[in-house]
Design a protein around this ligand. Sequence first.
Ligand code: M6R
Length: 602
Amino acid sequence: MCGIFAIVTKEEQLLGPTLIEAGRRLSYRGYDTVGAATIPQAGEIDLRKDAGRVEEVAEHYNFAEMYGNRAILQLRWATFGAPSQPNSQPHLDSDGDMVGAHNGNVVNNVELRREFMAEGMTVRSENDGESCVHAVERYVDQGHDMVEAMRLASHDLEGDYAYVIGKVGEDRLYAIKKGSGLVAGITDDTVCIASDLPSVLPKTRNIVRLEDGEIITFWAGGYEIRKVEDGSLVERQPELVEESMEVAQKGGYAHFMLKEIHEQAQVAGELVHLLDSSPDVDPFLERLAGARNVYIVACGTSYHAGMLGSVYLGRLAGLPTIPGLAPQFRAQYGSPIGPEDVGIFISQSGETKDVLDAVGLAQARGMGVLGLVNVVGSALIRKSEYHIPLTCGYEISVPATKTFSNQVIALLYLSLRMGGHDTAVLRALPAWIEETIAGVEDQIPAVEERVTPWDDLYCLGYGLTYPIALEGALKFKEITYAHCEGMLSTEFKHGPLSAVTEGYPVIFVAGPEDVPLIISGINEVTCRGGRAIVIGEEDDRLRANAHDVIVIPRVDAPPALRPSIATLLSVIPLQLLSYESSLARDYDPDFPRNLSKTLTVD
Ligand code: M6R
């Protein structure tokens, strides 16, 4: 999703390197265009922007030489208007003495652009970020000061967004938050704001977190926050943020994705420690015990973790649980849900709009809401009645890996507790995860060679492993650009089997309990010339029937829990296989085309 960064310094200086660095730090959110502007006290705004990567655009337009004491940088992930130079942000107002950039969505953009043009303003793009600038311009032209103009403009701009704006001839910048993330970093002589912490932390750990419905005015060394609603002043002191930025580096790995796959053991250990002392766990479990219906709601990878959680809650706690993709949850269960129901809402970013909209509806209906969230301080944490942090640290790579594992572990823990099982078994998880990664890494290349030539393949699972198959298929689609469909293995014969030709790859994820069933599926594929690739524990029956077997370790857990733990480990070979296949195709797995890490739009 788009990212904004803006800075005001005491002295005029070379701001280009700071802007380029901020762009790099925001780039994990995903983007198609890059732009930067510096705003002088007098004279013309220096605006440089275009479609492309930070490094390309910054080099082509020589961002490094950008000079001044006020600047705005924006990375845009296209929603309104194609990823082109005119649609890149920041945007100028009609006479070019104001410039601004936004993150989020102005949903009445088309109507607003028509109004602005009818009022004689110069509209240069189709992008909704430009509408933010003209919305302010409209009221500045009527004689209002900037803050008042932004308050009035907020009535015209529909949607969820944050934007930053500045004017020639002043010494300050202004930013507003309505639904999208915005934090400010404060030092004695510099103030910067950004969509998230990673781009501010290198400057300072003195952080002010903005709330929805607030406008911040900031200048070298100072700031003032006012409520959009009535213009009243908000007193908020900076807090000292302890988080380390070291984790945001690749730490010797070729890609963030590989680093994050390898971090799974460590972050699992941290989560398992935290769960026993997490203050919201017991109250939430009490609420869960008395619930009429239990829902698990999320999108993408987080939804797959939720699906697996619903299988865990059914099997280990005897608790029927309804998993749902967030927008479908609203459409399907919006009217029946009520205060007797409980929902677990899962999101890595805690900012996914589809999920936040579902939470909003759930809360309006009085439902109990638990948020399973990775990003500290995100909207989902703030909105949730109960929350459990996933403790993964920053996940930079667009494909989620370590956050998936910790989401699953948190759900497994809740299921064990609800079912009266001993959770001590989870303490061995870090060692099992490490053993799995070390054991499968050498097995991946031979299988990668079999799948990479195909632009179409299937990944099948059953029962516990069905959500893992869906997650594996999503990883393939996301970073290899191949069409990989995840499916319940027993459904394959009901239609998709017709796709199988000589060598056609079908990946089976075999849970320890499901080997006989999976063997039938394997043979339905192999007898038609297809190539069966199996992920499972060492088993002669699988070796005898499949072409390739990627073996995961057999864990020493109580028999009733072993399938649940083995399932969690079986995602690791799929993460590594899709990673290697992405590299073999010469793609960047960290930043796949068209995708964004944080989706704050409908
Ligand atoms: O931040 P969230 O967990 O709410 O994000 C949901 C999806 O957008 C996300 O899981 C997406 O599917 C991942 N990039 C998949 O790797």
